[in-house]
Ligand binder design. Structure first.
Ligand code: PEP
Length: 250
């Protein structure tokens, strides 16, 4: 039995005051961590303050990116060691916006996954295809390639603890979600790829999220699917009431 994991991805939104007010509003209302992992994916700027607000509650935190070195002359980057030191549990890596706008490669993402794990945190590893790839019927091949390249040299144990998010680029922020059947099918491709690389026990354990225009009204349809263990949610995670509604629907 895989525990559901719902992660909000705030992207580059909110001020520090808005971020802390959100955490205050949700911290005592979220479901127990025994039932579901509830994660806020915040800009790095707010993580320290957020941790102070949610300490002792079941709210968990995620960074949206980090560098793959712990320290050094890397102006403007965020150290995974420093993020871990705050008590942050997860880091999102390989989001399509980072791949597209910041030219992150599979190799960068693989190095980040290793650095995050080495610092005791869990990567939320994103993969997903463009509309062109989807329409050409090449989604499975694309996803298999991204996963195989992103997981290079990771051990079976490390992969079994990871979270993988399938996010079709054409469904992110567009209001156009992949329907639950498509999400289940491609999350199944993710699981089959993990099985091919690491075996059935790892594939049975790894948690796979769907992401792309998930909202309180449709999350239950996704969560009902066998291969979908959670959701990575952008727009609908920005409002405290909506975030709580997503968690309640699980
Ligand atoms: C995301 O950014 O990861 C995402 C899925 O966004 P949205 O829910 O807004 O489509």
């Amino acid at each position: 039995m895989r525990k559901p994991i719902i992660a909000g991805n705030w992207k580059m939104n909110k001020t520090v005051g808005e971020a802390l007010a959100f955490a205050e509003a949700v911290k005592t209302k979220i479901p127990s961590k025994d039932a579901v992992d509830s994660v806020i994916g915040s800009p790095a700027l707010f993580l320290h303050g957020l941790k102070e607000v949610v300490k002792g509650t079941d709210v968990q935190l995620s960074a949206q990116n980090c560098y793959f070195e712990n320290a050094g002359a890397f102006t403007g980057e965020n150290s995974p060691a420093a993020i871990a030191d705050l008590g942050v549990e997860y880091v999102i890596i390989g989001h399509s916006e980072r791949r597209e706008y910041f030219h992150e490669t599979d190799e960068d993402i693989n190095k980040k996954a290793k650095a995050i794990i080495a610092n005791g945190m869990t990567p939320i590893f994103c993969c997903g295809e463009s509309l062109e790839t989807y329409e050409a019927g090449k989604t499975a091949e694309w996803i298999e390639g991204q996963i195989t390249a992103g997981l290079v040299d990771l051990t079976a144990e490390q992969v079994s603890e990871m979270v993988i998010a399938y996010e079709p680029i054409w469904a992110i922020g567009t209001g156009k979600s992949a329907d639950a059947a498509i999400a289940d099918e491609i999350c199944g491709v993710v699981r089959a790829t993990v099985e091919k690389l690491y075996g059935k026990s790892v594939a049975d354990k790894v948690r796979i999220q769907y992401g792309g225009s998930v909202k309180p009204e449709n999350i239950a349809e996704y969560m009902a699917k066998e291969n979908v263990d959670g959701a990575l949610v952008g727009g609908a995670s920005l409002d405290a009431e909506s975030f709580l509604a997503l968690l309640e629907a699980v």
